[in-house]
Design a protein around this ligand. Structure first.
Ligand code: SF4
Length: 294
């Protein structure tokens, strides 16, 4: 098995076979992200190489693989037919396959279009992990996400309407204290608008200023202020209060100040109670800020 550059996968893909279909990130500009800033540059691997790796995995692991994740920043940036081909071949090699998933950029979803997404679903792609981060346009612009809230809504709906599962990632604290509530309100509005096209999963993350990022430089220059844990929790509460659902919510990540899991709307009151209780804890009950230490 050959891997190139950093290999990341969502916690929910911890048991999945990882086969690289693309390298790097085609956007690579987000101010909070260090993952591919030092390379390698984005490229799509030749289908022949990807098939060789899948075949090697079949030889070494046998037919019993149930889940497959294609790691790298945005493997949906592959041409539709090439991604469809490797999905279809993976299902042939692993007849018990239950789930094939990728990280997907909003622009890549839109590039495939409704027809391309249906083609990928038919070939056996099942779930897209999409980093929304925020639905607040001034924040999206400031962190150089490269998309607008309108594009997020269009892409999210298109994916759900094509029958794909959607895991959306939102980053708490990304707007700082002054814009925290605006970020929460706009993000919930985007998630609700996408959610009209079908059920989805929402995963919360909390901003950690990482080394080699523009955002860390802005913090060090006094141009961006981090939210306190209590402000971040209030932000999570504002998002959860405004969600319509139906959706599953998880905060299964080490960056978060509080682990939350439940369904909206039925678990909303319990989740809000957990947030209120955590909000009364002192600062030293939460993790350190880890500014530039990772
Ligand atoms: S957050 Fe995602 S889209 Fe943005 S630079 Fe990092 S890998 Fe690329």
């Amino acid at each position: 098995m050959r891997y190139e550059g950093p290999i990341y996968r969502p916690p929910s893909e911890a048991d999945s076979l990882l086969v690289q279909a693309t390298v790097g990130c085609p956007h690579n500009k987000c101010s909070f992200c260090m993952t591919y800033k030092k390379g390698p540059p984005f490229r799509v691997r030749p289908v022949s190489e990807i098939l060789e790796d899948l075949t090697e995995a079949r030889r070494e692991l046998g037919p019993g693989v149930h889940t497959l994740f294609f790691p790298a920043g945005d493997s949906l940036a592959m041409p539709t037919e090439e991604l469809a081909q490797i999905c279809a071949e993976a299902h042939k090699l692993f007849p018990h396959m239950e789930r094939i998933t990728v990280y997907a950029g909003v622009k890549s979803i839109l590039k495939h279009g409704a027809e391309g997404l249906r083609r990928l679903k038919a070939a056996g792609l099942m779930r897209l992990h999409v980093g929304l981060e925020s639905g607040h346009d001034p924040t999206l612009l400031r962190v150089k996400k490269g998309v607008t809230s309108a594009q997020q809504i269009q892409a999210g709906r298109m994916a759900l309407e094509a029958g794909l599962e959607l895991s959306l990632y939102v980053m708490l604290g990304l707007a700082g204290p002054d814009e925290s509530q605006a970020h929460a309100k706009a993000t919930a509005e985007v998630v609700n608008a996408i959610n009209q096209a079908g059920a989805l999963t929402l995963r919360l993350r909390t901003l950690l200023p990482k080394i080699n990022t523009l955002l860390l430089h802005q913090i060090n220059k006094g141009r961006f202020t981090l939210c306190t844990p209590q402000q971040t929790l209030a932000e999570a509460g504002a998002i959860i209060a405004a969600l319509t659902g139906p959706l599953s919510l998880h905060s299964d990540h080490y960056t978060n100040h509080l682990n939350l899991a439940g369904r909206i709307p039925q678990d909303r009151d319990r989740l809000m109670g957990q947030i209120e209780a955590a909000g009364r804890l002192p600062r030293d009950a939460f993790r350190a800020d880890f500014v530039g230490t990772q």
